[in-house]
Design a protein. Structure first.
Length: 388
């Protein structure tokens, strides 16, 4: 009897184990199917966005010889009729306003209105009123993708005006910068009986620092939370976007710290919230979300992917370059392989100066070499500017 009970128990345990394994396999299959559905949904969403973006660019090209669009260093915005545009170049510190008009007087009025808007509008208003953003907002978002409203951060108002702008201060600024003598005119090859009228204005010399001040508190807060030097975050943000909250690269990457939703975005969201989620461009145009994710990704690089590098300065140089080119390419610079476990002993045998020079010499591409130089130099500048 005892043997029979023992046999029955053994069979039951075997069946239960088999059932548990089958259940586990079923769960994994369901998860992979869900993941595939999510990825396909987001891919279709991004393709729809790109299609709308390209269609809009074609519409712009029907009026303009050069259909300019926003980049990581520029913010380009058009009016509803696409005949007036503002082009803010955050790297060159210039504001260019152009309009297609049939007379100098019409042009002057349109330039005045456009300049008044670009120097006072906030990021939230741009997101809600920009013609292209309104088109993109109509595209249905896939289920499970995380979205967010955009904050009303100033874009240029704190750069142009020492105090919050008033009607009087804006009017004085417009009258100073839009006058008959500084409006340039050129022929239009696309619109008959019209010319392209333009003005270009140089921003104040301290424009970059003033833009960084908008995000100062959140940068310091997140740097402390992620155990990072605040000057690193300032320097990364400067190098990625020149503090352009509307930054958008061709990849596409979004916002101040240029987060790519499908790569760093997924890893970072999982690190922060224990969920593997994709985020929208809107989510990353929100400065709080962008800084939170950018600093978290730097933390992941420094404390996880590159943790086997012992010298903190060497690891910092590798982290800076990895933010631009990926941790695998850091290993490649030392071993011609993408395995950090193989590269770490070689890195640890070098001084931090030797590691820095090795990266400048042997990183696979020129861009991360320039990136490492620029961020390192700018860290010193922000350390000095903010006494960090």
């Amino acid at each position: 009897m005892f043997k029979l009970l023992l046999f029955i128990s053994f069979v039951a345990a075997s069946l239960f184990a088999q059932t548990a394994e089958e259940f586990k396999a079923q769960q994994m299959q369901e998860f992979n199917s869900y993941k595939k559905t999510q990825e396909e949904g987001f891919k279709n969403y991004q393709e729809s966005q790109m299609k709308e973006f390209n269609n809009y660019k074609k519409e712009v090209g029907a009026l303009w010889d050069e259909p300019k669009m926003s980049t990581k260093k520029t913010w380009v915005a058009y009016t509803e009729d696409k005949k007036t545009r503002t082009d803010v170049d955050f790297s060159k510190e210039t504001i260019t306003v152009e309009t297609i008009a049939s007379s100098p007087q019409e042009a002057k009025e349109k330039l005045q209105i456009a300049l008044a808007k670009v120097v006072t509008v906030d990021n939230e208003t741009v997101q809600k009123t920009d013609p292209l953003e309104k088109k993109l907002a109509k595209i249905k978002k896939p289920e499970g993708v995380v979205d967010s409203p955009v904050k009303a951060d100033p874009i240029l108002s704190n750069v142009i005006f020492d105090t919050p702008p008033t009607k009087e201060s804006v009017k004085a600024y417009i009258n100073k910068n839009v006058s008959d003598k500084n409006i340039q005119a050129a022929s239009s090859d696309k619109v008959k009986h019209a010319k392209v009228y333009s003005i270009q204005i140089q921003m104040p010399k301290d424009a970059m620092l003033k833009r960084s001040q908008v995000f100062h508190d959140e940068i310091k807060l997140n740097a402390k939370k992620r155990e990072l030097p605040a000057p690193l975050v300032f320097a990364i943000m400067h190098t990625e976007s020149n503090f352009n909250p509307r930054a958008r690269s061709h990849i596409p990457a979004y916002g101040l710290m240029q987060i790519v939703p499908k790569t760093a975005g997924i890893d970072t969201y999982q690190f922060l919230y224990n969920e593997k989620k994709l985020v929208t461009g809107n989510y990353l145009y929100n400065s709080t979300n962008n800084i939170t994710m950018g600093t978290a990704y730097l933390h992941i690089l420094y404390y996880r992917y590159l943790k086997s590098i012992k010298n903190p300065d060497s690891r910092l140089y590798c982290t800076i370059a990895a933010y631009n080119t990926g941790a695998g390419n850091i290993a490649w610079a030392f071993t011609r392989k993408y395995n950090m476990n193989t590269a770490a002993p070689l890195i640890n045998a070098m001084s931090s100066d030797e590691v820095y020079n090795k990266l400048l010499k042997d990183l696979r591409f020129d861009e991360p070499k320039h990136y490492l130089k620029n961020v390192s130099k700018r860290m010193s500048a922000y350390r000095k500017a903010y006494g960090l």
